[in-house]
Design a protein around this ligand. Sequence first.
Ligand SMILES: Cc1ncc(COP(=O)(O)O)c(C=O)c1O
Length: 424
Amino acid sequence: MPASLSTCPKPQLEELQSALRAQYQRHCEANHALDLTRGKPSTAQLDLSDALDGILAGNYRAEDGSDCRNYGGLHGLPELRQLGATLLGTSAEQTIAGGSSSLTLMYFTLLFAKLFGLAGAPPWQLHRQPKILCPVPGYDRHFAICERLGIEMITVAMRSDGPDMDAVEALLAEDDEIVGMWNVPKYSNPTGITYSDAVVRRIAALGPRAQPGFLVLWDNAYAVHDIAAKGDPLTAIAPLAQAAGTEVAQFASTSKITHAGAGVSFMAGSQALIESMVEQLGIAMIGPDKVNQLRHVALLKAGGLAELMAGHQALLAPRFAAVEEALSAHFSGSELLSWSRPNGGYFVSVDTLPGVASRVVALAAAAGVKLTPAGATFPYNRDPADRNIRLAPSFPSLEDVVSTMQVFCCCVQLASVEQQLANG
Ligand SMILES: Cc1ncc(COP(=O)(O)O)c(C=O)c1O
């Protein structure tokens, strides 16, 4: 495959196209049923936490002697809040522990901020059109929350060290309807990058540049999720933000640590933010599932967390290596595809030539390989360049990841050649 198609003579391109079509046809005839769409842990990863079952052995008492089976404890178990605080680089007093989904806490945060205002700030709905800054490519479910709540999304380019902060600061200076900014600061979904110290510091200083009520949304879903032997460091934002007067809402969960559908979640922020959040949550519930919280404390305390994460790393690293191996074998030095090489998290982000990504996804689907829809990593499902595709290799078996990548690489090559021929 030539590194560049634009300099390739037409007859050579036509020859390439027919060879790739034949290869693609063979993939179609192989009756694949492969799926690289969602970043779910594999069954073997879930098995790592099966000790949760029965771990309490009938002892439902928390450290303070309270009975976890009963109502109450809106802030979550103190011992679990301490664990969440360690994960997020805050204090237990400024951290709450909730149910299985951090996404639920994010949704409530935006809903409450819009309807009622949080931490004494005016409600976002007082703005004619509240807007949130969204580094792209980004996480589709963050975008879905904004869309559902009628919050306009403004995209900002994601770079190798985090969002384009010049653009962020310029946008804040010119638009007083911007009420927040999404971030996945470590092993970002989907690019896998970790924000640099300089970027974290600039984000922590945004508060005074913005309108009252501005909220930095800091979704640290992959705080301890290293794939490489040496993980990325992330500067703790909480003390910096507190010193600068910037309100930051941090989130995390054990979804990719223990059982994805039966874990615990965390939210941290200033005392005022946390207390106003708890006040609102108290209308919606009497307390979280403290029995599950106690089970998590028992499993994760005293080195349990580190041991589990090493187990995940051992299962994930070969799958990510298989993706890297296939991509570099097919596209090293080629202009057809660029991709991320994350040190952790759940995703590899690829960029095709402009205008090619949706054709790649359609070709792969017809060959029995489900990929995340092109555009899903952008607000409103619109990738203006039609380039980005998110690959999630955690769930399929290693063998299936290898097969999927062969089909994927063939589809990228075929779609790129087709486009070059169509453009003359
Ligand atoms: C960045 C990010 N945040 C949050 C979640 C979901 O978190 P939870 O399961 O705690 O709702 C995911 C899952 O893929 C994610 O990638």
